[in-house]
Design a binder for this molecule. Structure first.
Ligand SMILES: [Fe+2]
Ligand SMILES: [Fe+2]
Length: 453
C-alpha cells in the first residue's frame, strides 16, 4: 500500500492492546488477592481465559491475517505470563497470522507478583533483553531497522506497507516520551519508506493526542511531548497512529500549522471496561473503516451480569474504592474529618448538592448519589462516544456547577498555565463528558489523505 497511484491492494488487520496477560497458575486467590482487586480496574485471574477467547475469534477470521498489539502485553512483567502469552501468539502464528507487537511499562519488572495463601508472593520478572528475545518472532525478526535503545522498530507488515513501531515506555527516565534522538531515527525510517514507495503508519503505546481534552492535564495520559510528536508525524506524511495505555476508546485528529493531519486511534484493554478490540479495513481509495468489537463469550463466571456489565462493575467498584481510600487513615481530628468527608461523599445526592450550589438541575438527577454520577461519567469517558452533550440533563447540571464554581476554576487555570498558555477548564470538561467531534470513537469511516495501492 502506498500514497496515491492506480494499483490497488487493500489492508486489513486487527488491533488489540493492553492484553495484560496473567498466567493464572502463578496464583490469584486469597485475602491479599481480594484486597488488591478492590482497587484494580481490570481482571487478573480471568485475564488468560478472556484473552484466549479473543485469540480464538481472531483465528476464526480467515480473511484477516495481520494482528497488531501496541504494548502492556503482561499484567506486570511476570516472566511466566510472557511465556504463556508467547505460546498463544505462536499458536496464532501457526494458524497463518502475522503478529507485530511492542512492549511497554507493564512488560518489564525486576519481579512480578502473584497471590497465594492470603499473601502477595514475588515471582520472576522480565528484563528488556528478555523481552527482545521473547517477542523476537513478533516484530524484531522481520524488522528493517531496530532502535536497540528503546526496542522501537520498523517492519514491512504487508506488501509496500510499513509499520513504524515506537516504544516510548522502555526506560523509566524517558517514560512516555519520544525524544529527539528517536524522532531522528523515525525520520530516517519514514524517508526510507518513501524511497521504497511504501505507505507507512505508526503505533505507540501512549496516546499521542490526548484521548479527551482533560487528559492533556494528566502527565501519564499521553506522550509527554505530544504536540511535537504529532506535528512531526503529520508533517512527515504519517497520518495514522494506533495507541493504547489509557484503556479508552477514542479517535482524535490533530492538524499542524501546515494543514497536515494526524489521526490517533486509541483502543481499550481486552480485560477491563470498555473491553473492545478493533478491526481496521482500508480500501484501495484510502477509505478506512474502523470497527470496534466487544470482548465477550469468555468462559468466566459472570455472576448474572452481561459481559459489558461484568467489565463495568470492576471499573466502578475499583474507582469507588480508590476514592474512598483517599479518605482513610490519619489520627485524631484528621481521622474524624476524613471519616465525615467519606460519609458525605458516599451519601450526598445531586439534589442536595445543587441546593448547596444554588443551581437548578433536572428532576431526573436529583435522587442520584454524587459518587454514582461520577462513576457513570468516568465509565462513559472510557467507552468513548460520551453521551453527555448539550441538551442532556447531565451536561446542563455540570455546566451550571462549573459556572457557579468559576472563581475557583479561574484560580486553578492560572496555576496550570504553562508558557503563557492557560487551559480553559470549562471547555475541557464539557468536551470530555460529551463527544462533540462529529464522528464516533468506536465505529468510524475515515478518509485517509493518500490512496492505497
Ligand atoms: Fe495498560
Ligand atoms: Fe500502559
Amino acid at each position: 500500500m502506498k500514497i496515491s497511484g492506480d494499483c490497488m491492494t487493500a489492508l486489513k488487520f486487527y488491533l488489540l492492546t493492553d492484553t495484560h496477560y496473567f498466567e493464572e497458575s502463578l496464583g490469584a486467590e486469597g485475602k491479599a488477592y481480594e484486597e488488591y482487586m478492590k482497587t484494580e480496574a481490570f481482571y487478573l485471574r480471568e485475564s488468560s481465559a478472556i484473552n484466549k477467547t479473543v485469540f480464538t475469534k481472531l483465528k476464526e477470521d480467515s480473511e484477516t491475517d495481520l494482528i497488531i498489539i501496541p504494548g502492556d502485553l503482561s499484567k506486570d512483567g511476570e516472566y511466566e505470563s510472557h511465556k504463556s502469552l508467547v505460546k498463544e501468539l505462536n499458536a496464532l502464528k501457526e494458524s497463518g497470522k502475522k503478529i507485530f507487537v511492542i512492549t511497554a511499562g507493564h512488560d518489564y519488572n525486576e519481579y512480578g507478583k502473584c497471590y497465594k495463601n492470603d499473601e502477595v508472593v514475588k515471582v520472576k520478572g522480565t528484563t528488556l533483553d528478555e523481552l527482545y528475545n521473547l517477542y523476537y518472532e513478533f516484530g524484531y525478526k522481520d524488522a528493517l531497522s531496530v532502535d536497540k535503545e528503546t526496542l522501537s522498530y520498523v517492519a514491512e507488515v504487508a506488501p509496500l506497507t510499513r509499520l513504524l513501531a515506537f516504544n516510548c515506555d522502555s526506560k523509566n527516565e524517558t517514560k512516555g516520551t519520544i525524544d529527539s534522538r528517536l524522532l531522528m531515527w523515525a525520520k530516517e525510517q519514514i524517508d526510507d519508506a518513501r524511497k521504497a514507495n511504501a505507505y507507512i503508519f505508526a503505533i505507540c503505546h501512549y496516546p499521542v493526542i490526548p484521548s479527551v481534552p482533560v487528559f492533556d492535564l494528566v502527565g501519564d495520559a499521553k506522550v509527554k511531548n505530544w504536540k511535537e510528536v504529532a506535528a512531526f508525524l503529520a508533517d512527515n506524511g504519517v497520518e495514522l497512529i494506533f495507541t493504547g495505555h489509557m484503556h479508552i476508546q477514542s479517535i482524535n485528529e490533530f492538524f499542524t500549522e501546515n494543514g497536515n493531519r494526524l489521526v490517533d486511534i486509541c483502543t481499550s484493554t481486552t480485560v477491563g471496561t470498555p473491553g473492545k478490540y478493533r478491526k481496521i479495513e482500508i480500501d484501495e481509495t484510502g477509505k478506512m473503516n474502523v470497527k470496534s468489537i466487544p470482548v465477550c463469550d469468555f468462559p468466566v463466571e459472570l455472576n448474572g451480569k452481561t459481559y459489558e456489565e461484568f467489565f463495568d462493575w470492576r471499573f466502578d467498584y475499583s474507582v469507588k474504592n480508590k476514592i474512598n481510600k483517599i479518605f482513610e487513615g490519619g489520627s485524631g481530628a484528621v481521622k474524624i474529618l476524613k471519616k465525615l468527608a467519606r460519609k458525605l461523599l458516599n451519601s450526598i445526592k445531586l439534589g442536595t448538592l445543587s441546593k448547596l450550589l444554588f443551581i437548578k438541575i433536572d428532576k431526573s438527577l436529583k435522587k442520584k448519589k454524587l459518587i454514582d454520577f461520577a462513576g457513570e461519567i468516568g465509565t462513559a469517558i472510557f467507552k468513548g462516544d460520551q453521551p453527555f452533550v448539550k441538551g442532556t440533563p447531565e451536561y446542563d447540571a455540570i455546566f451550571k456547577a462549573l459556572k457557579r464554581l468559576d472563581f475557583i476554576l479561574k484560580k486553578v487555570e492560572a496555576k496550570l498555565s504553562k508558557n503563557g498558555e492557560k487551559p480553559d477548564l470549562t471547555y475541557m470538561i464539557l468536551n470530555s463528558i460529551g463527544n462533540n467531534k462529529g464522528y464516533s470513537d468506536n465505529n468510524a469511516v475515515i478518509n485517509l489523505k493518500g490512496k492505497i495501492l
